[in-house]
Design a binder for this molecule. Structure first.
Ligand SMILES: [Zn+2]
Length: 180
């Protein structure tokens, strides 16, 4: 196992082409804002989307991830850390980040909502009511499994649904990381 110094988790902003990558980065616990979610709320209407993303990345000290060569160039000109993603498949995209020496977590962690990037927290004993209100939570699991809830959108997560299947895929990524 390669030792990595413990640093603050890398934070990202991703362009519209990278929705799936955004989901995965959140599953890995990285604070990741998807460009489509920031445009209208936080920026002046006259600002074009590329400029808006770059200033957002700059302002929040996030690493910009984009498929767009011109956006990547413009970001670098402004001194914004940026990775131009060149592949389509999400595992390959994660490998690209590793190749660029981005410090990625390679274990899924219950920290971020993969839908909205909100923080998730454990559902405590006595709070089962919030689980019963969700039709996608199997009733027989309540009281047996640990659940997490997104503080922003209320989505419920549990180990079986969300993180378990991802470990396998991440296994290959770890091998890749350890050999590069
Ligand atoms: Zn959420």
């Amino acid at each position: 196992m390669v030792n990595r110094e413990k640093r603050e988790d890398a934070r990202f902003v991703t362009d519209r082409m990278l929705g799936k990558l955004s989901t995965w980065l959140r599953i890995l616990g990285h604070d990741t804002v998807y460009a489509a979610d920031i445009k209208t709320t936080e920026f002046e209407a006259d600002e074009d989307e590329d400029r808006a993303i770059i200033s957002f990345a700059e302002h929040e000290a996030r690493i910009l991830l984009t498929r767009d060569k011109n956006l990547a160039l413009a970001a670098r000109k402004k001194g914004v850390q940026c990775v131009q993603i060149k592949t389509d498949e999400v595992m390959e995209q994660l490998k690209e980040l590793l190749r660029h020496h981005i410090n990625l977590n390679l274990e899924p962690v219950p920290a971020r909502c993969s839908e909205c990037n909100g923080k998730i927290r454990k559902v405590e004993e006595g709070e089962e009511g919030i689980l019963k209100g969700k039709s996608y939570v199997p009733a027989h699991m309540i009281g047996k499994w640990h659940f997490w809830v997104c503080e922003h959108c209320g989505r419920i997560y549990w180990e079986g649904s969300h993180w378990r299947n991802m470990r396998e895929k991440l296994g290959q990524l770890k091998e890749f990381y350890e050999t590069h």
